[in-house]
Design a protein around this ligand. Sequence first.
Ligand SMILES: [Zn+2]
Length: 300
Amino acid sequence: MPPAGLRKRHQTEGRDLTRPASPEPLPFAVYDNHAHLEFEDGFDQLDPTESLDLAAAVGVRGVVQVGTDLETSRWSAALAQHDPRVLAAVALHPNEAPKLFEQGQLSAHLSEISRLAAQPRVRAVGETGLDFFRTGEDGRAAQIESFETHIEIAKANKIALQIHDRDAHDEVVATLKRVGAPEKTVFHCFSGDAKLARICNDNGWYMSFAGTMTFKNAPTLREALSVAKPELTLTETDSPFLTPEPFRGRPNAPYLLPHTVRRMADTLDEDLEAVCARVAANTERVYGSWDPAEAGEVAA
Ligand SMILES: [Zn+2]
């Protein structure tokens, strides 16, 4: 199986690096549709199997493991082959694309992403998209070219698209409209407001809510959740980043997803079990079944 600790999270300054305790289990099992299990973070590192075991014990039955470059995309695809609780997403992150373009490597790497996307347990192309926060004007053309190619790869393989959108809402929407969005399009770690939620509603695009929606300073995200069509909402950890309250800043992992799901139910003033059941059904609609037999894959 792929080794743990392929990447190390270097932002340790001023953070409490102890791992939070497990939350109370959810009444109905859900999926974390965006996590980076290859990252080591904190004092008490979990390997992917331990992390998935802890998650399963609190009602997080499956994870979409997301790549950000060739190495992590290959790792994600390999982990999904190995563990039935994992499906993979493969892509070059929007902040990687301009660097690869400068090195003359972008198209070769995109070809390899396209090859990986054909594997049966790779069910999404992501995370791709646009990031105008970390990439300046100079890198935008390469970023947009990479995003467009990822959209085409998702459509060619009839799998989902996971979008990273940082400070680039208008351009992401414009690109999706120009190129034509895949049938299953997901805004990972949705960061928009009610206006963007309405645009997603109108286009049938999914909105995945992360730990950010639990943050004190995020009333806009909670408003967006209230506006989002219930059948288009998903949830994720983006672990090891974006740990939900009350553990903001500490190491994150899929087993902490219940904090976010509980906050979603509170925000919507809905029964927790009903929210879990709906989000789980939405997730299976986007990525298909985690169960290799149900998904019609050849048994290993
Ligand atoms: Zn991510």
